[in-house]
Write a protein that binds this ligand. Structure first.
Ligand SMILES: NC(=O)c1ccc[n+]([C@@H]2O[C@H](COP(=O)([O-])OP(=O)(O)OC[C@H]3O[C@@H](n4cnc5c(N)ncnc54)[C@H](O)[C@@H]3O)[C@@H](O)[C@H]2O)c1
Length: 327
């Protein structure tokens, strides 16, 4: 396995506050990358057990050859603290992953921000609570922002970085640089409901559920359609580039059919209609949501095909993960 070089620079030390599903995975990820981690949960006993679990987890990843034995040894070096004040003492960065409860976040962020050094950056892993509200719980809120990881955090590269209105730009820059440096793919997004990822993911889930409820397909069939049809493209391209490659004129026609059958929530969006009217139908016309020279388009389509062929090969060589029966 290819070992990434050990992290250097900011932050040298991180406190992970809340060592459950997400906090444990993020703590492993930071420690494996070479950051000094201090872990704290709701009580010393829970913290002690969390430390045991994270060490076991890293060993399991090493035994499965997913990380090196050196990296797993770094997870053994995770420190623990008896409470949040001790945890944040002298650290460069605090990562809060306590349960999704506004009152609890208020307490935890309040305690951590008054005990930490004034320059310590503080991030919350909240999935849905408004970052601007959480910022009001933090002393010196210019050093606070959202950092929304996805489960399992050790392996999912994408992280939403959500500045509050008052977050200092250099804090955002430092956090993005750090995450990129440890191999993650951060995207800076606004503080809207569900940010970007959960809003899109939940819209997809609602529509998937409607397909089942209308008797179009079973949950298993919907899952197969999503992952093997359009979902097959998603590791490489997002919805705008996929639309450009399909043709926005085609999208417009599909929207018209959907609108006729399912109502105005599927009306062709203005952003599609205007582009089609202007002849910006996607890669085939040189512009859609993005612009493409002839060379760029040819390269894009070739690289797309390479990636799809590689993904097909990977999928064919992995054992299936199908599980369970339809209910
Ligand atoms: N589970 C997910 O898939 C997921 C994904 C992205 C973001 N998140 C967010 O991450 C945060 C944590 O979620 P989770 O799934 O890890 O929850 P979890 O319940 O698995 O873990 C929360 C941990 O916090 C601990 N805790 C409770 N009170 C505490 C306190 N006062 N101080 C320190 N620790 C305390 C709990 O004992 C527990 O170990 C939430 O804000 C959640 O919305 C979760």
């Amino acid at each position: 396995m290819e070992e990434r070089s050990v992290h250097e620079g900011w932050p040298r030390t991180v406190a992970v506050v809340g060592a459950g599903t997400m906090g444990l995975g993020v703590a492993e990820c930071f420690a494996v990358a070479g950051v000094r981690v201090r872990l704290v949960d709701a009580s010393p006993e829970l913290t002690r057990r969390a430390k045991e679990r994270v060490v076991e987890r890293a060993r399991g990843h090493s035994d499965a050859a997913l990380i090196s034995s050196d990296a797993a040894a770094r997870a053994e070096g995770i420190e623990t603290a008896d409470g949040p004040v001790e945890a944040v003492e002298g650290v460069d960065f605090v990562f809060e992953a306590a349960p999704e409860d506004l009152g609890l976040k208020e307490e935890v962020l309040g305690v951590c921000s008054s005990a930490a050094d004034p320059e310590t950056v503080i991030a919350s892993n909240t999935s849905s609570l408004p970052i601007n509200t959480l910022a009001t719980f933090v002393e010196r809120p210019e050093r606070f922002l959202g950092m929304h990881w996805f489960n399992p955090p050790e392996w999912t590269p994408g992280i939403e970085v959500i500045p509050a209105e008052g977050t200092a730009p250099d804090v955002v820059e430092r956090v993005v640089g750090f995450l990129r440096g440890i191999g993650k793919r951060p995207a800076v997004v606004g503080d809207g409901p569900g940010f970007v990822a959960n809003r899109i993911q939940n819209a997809l889930f609602l529509e998937a559920l409607r397909c089942v409820e209308e008797g179009l397909a079973s949950p298993r069939e919907v899952d197969e359609v999503v992952r093997s049809c359009f979902g097959f493209r998603l590791p490489f391209f997002g919805p705008f580039q996929i639309a450009d490659m399909a043709g926005l004129d085609v999208y417009q026609s599909v929207f018209e059919t959907l609108e006729a059958g399912l109502g105005e929530r599927f009306s062709p969006p203005g952003a599609v209609r205007e582009r089609v009217e202007a002849g910006r139908t996607g890669t085939k016309s040189g512009a859609g949501f993005l612009t493409y020279s002839d060379e760029e388009r040819d390269r894009l389509l070739l690289e797309r095909d390479r990636r799809y062929a590689a993904l097909n090969e990977l999928l064919e060589n992995l054992p299936p993960v199908d599980a369970g029966e339809d209910t």
